[in-house]
Design a protein around this ligand. Structure first.
Ligand SMILES: [Cu+2]
Length: 165
């Protein structure tokens, strides 16, 4: 009988873990509020994945996203996508990404994004990918990317295949 009660309690605790409230992936650091960190499932063998999130600066001074790191990737870069002579290209932001006070910067497909390079394993829909971002003033922020399905919110032309050449 005692055994049965114990496993019931365990079951309830486990269910509570599964039903995370909306916005559970949000993170706060200093004056920065980071919401909706997400990524996309990667096709088998892919070595790179994008990371997307929204950063709001509620403070009075600019801050700067300078780097990122995570166990899943050998390297995390901050990239910008832009049209260049009619061709979608991307480049690493060597000096990081500035978030002006009172502004919200969105990292999304087709624009700024985190680039997870040298993936250790493929990302599957429903995965949570732990990542640490580092800001110049706010310091390190731990968050986890919510992995969506392949092609989620992907605008046409967002193609990283050029990276491999
Ligand atoms: Cu990129």
């Amino acid at each position: 009988m005692r055994q049965a009660v114990f496993s019931l309690a365990c079951g309830v605790a486990f269910a509570a873990l599964l039903v995370a409230p909306a916005g559970a992936g949000d993170a706060k650091a200093g004056d920065l509020v980071i919401t909706q960190p997400w990524s996309r499932a990667t096709p088998g063998g892919a070595k790179i994945a994008g990371g997307y999130l929204t950063i709001e600066n509620k403070g009075a001074a600019p801050d700067r996203l300078i780097s990122g790191a995570g166990d899943v990737a050998g390297k995390v870069e901050i990239h910008e996508m832009a049209m260049n002579n009619g061709v979608m290209t991307m480049r690493p932001l060597d000096k990081g990404l500035v978030i002006e006070p009172g502004k919200t910067v969105k990292l999304a497909p087709g624009g700024y994004h985190l680039m997870l390079m040298d993936l250790k394993n493929s990302l599957k829909q429903g995965d949570k990918v732990p990542l640490t971002l580092e800001f110049e003033k706010a310091g390190k922020v731990a968050l986890s990317l919510d992995v969506q399905g392949v092609g989620a919110q992907a605008p046409a032309g967002h193609d990283h295949s050029g990276m491999k050449k």
